[in-house]
Ligand binder design. Sequence first.
Ligand code: DON
Length: 324
Amino acid sequence: MPEVAQQHQLQILVDALYEKHRGTTDGELATYIPELAKVNPQDFGICVVTAGGDVFEAGDCDRPFTIQSISKAFTYGLAMDEFGADKVLCHVGVEPSGDAFNAIELHSGTNRPYNPMINSGAITITALLHSRYGDQTFERVLECFSTIAGRELSIDKNVYESERRTGHRNRAIAHLLLNFGVVHEEAEAALDVYFKQCSILITTRDLAMMAATLANMGCHPVTGRSAFSIAYVKDILSIMFTCGMYDYSGQWAYRVGVPAKSGVSGGVMAVVNRQLGIGTYSPRLDRFGNSVRGTEVCIDLASRLGLHVFDCVNVGSNFLDAIL
Ligand code: DON
């Protein structure tokens, strides 16, 4: 009898979750960037990558989509690496805002954006990078994202043009930031870089690899290359944990319990510290702006694998075991 290779437990689970959720049609496509409304609403991919680089996936994991707000986690890491935490904190706080991601508001006491995962904070971070790299800023961002993904990425010019043409709200935010001196004079040029960074094309597999790079302390699990210092991974993950899923962040922390970031094109990236990167793509969004199927898959993965940071199967720090 020929030996039948046994499927890995994680592959069996990923396949089962794909089958469980593939029929869900709840949610709506984002349409405020006209080009985003042209995607196939049925597209659905789930990919899990271990911190050692093993890949488990199901569905449309090669389908390209734009990274959108998930980019904010990585530009924040790049800015922390470039300027250090003290300077970055002078420009952008770390508090959840309790308001929409595109709110035209700043913290009333400090006139700073609340955090880097909302548009005002992310535009400020990109402006900081622009103050250092000038015309080379987007190239620097693209190079950094490519290192994190482990392959050369590029942008979707149609989505970029579409957002540039219609991004009046972001333009208002950039000018509010300029008014309070939070960003430098070239706010328009920085905003253009922000539109481009949101238009970088990735696949579900890229997204899971990028998450695995964060899970692996900033070092890509396959190439071994680092995009930013290990010291800032903790900061990025903390802000993803508290602010990464819009106004659903509290419920996400309660139900899933791992740091995550979503984007309006339908991507969700979740990070299980030192263990796994999770990437999902499904463009129909719930009322918070998060992918419906992406959220459901992450809830299921967390409960099936005991991923929640406070789950009873997470036994805590080996360091304490060693010293007590
Ligand atoms: O700024 C925008 O509206 C988009 N480029 C990104 C939006 C997005 O994914 C929302 N995230 N928080």
